[in-house]
Write a protein that binds this ligand. Sequence first.
Ligand code: SF4
Length: 259
Amino acid sequence: MNRERKPITPDRVLGDEWLDWKGSNAPSQITEGKRTFLILSFAVLAGFVLLGILFWYLALPRFEQYGRFYAALLTAVIAGGALFFLVWYAILIGAVISQRIYLAICLRRGSNLFVMLFPVVARLARSFGISRDRLGHSFIEVSNRLVAPRRTDGSILALVPRCLSRELKKEVQSICAEFPGVILHTAPGGTQARSIIREIRPRAIVAVACERDLVSGIHDVAPRIPIIGIPNTRPHGPCKDTVIDVGKFRSAILFFRKE
Ligand code: SF4
């Protein structure tokens, strides 16, 4: 079944959704690899573990005043928590390197740790002069590696933004028409995208948008619904006549179709 919902608001103008865009030097294409997010997220996790150890060091004498049991309990909680998050992180890194590990372990909530860490990682990235779009691109690359189909029934939802160029919309439309069970929608914004997802309840999503929209979409639905994000390129600036590699779009549809 292929159908496309008509946009319910007028077409966007250049940069109208990017509040911080001043028509300046934002790069039209971002190519940040997975490493940026992985290194920064590890730094954040290591920071939290060190804070936990510092808390333990400072609080232990007080707990000892109440008895050995309470001191041991505090040690167990801090050590257990640190170990839990470090192992969880290590499994996710393994999954990013080899998706099979992830599938084998079947961590249904696997990508949540990265999603949870993202806001702090974004702050750290900013202090190193890494823009949220660069970090977002890297995060999307990581998130795409952790996608594992959960169900075999239901439709695949292809979400494209209004800013996609007319020619590419047609190409995307014809790719979707090749595969029964792929539903194509143009999402005018995040709120509408969420209501389309609620209405269709797809088994998987292939989403095209800029990094900032994709990051918030992934936060909303992953890992409840597997989602592959395809960041757009903005040769004329954001929100107008953006482009994508349609080969990547087709591969994403095929990834879910294969399962
Ligand atoms: S997806 Fe397109 S229209 Fe939406 S905010 Fe990003 S660049 Fe603008």
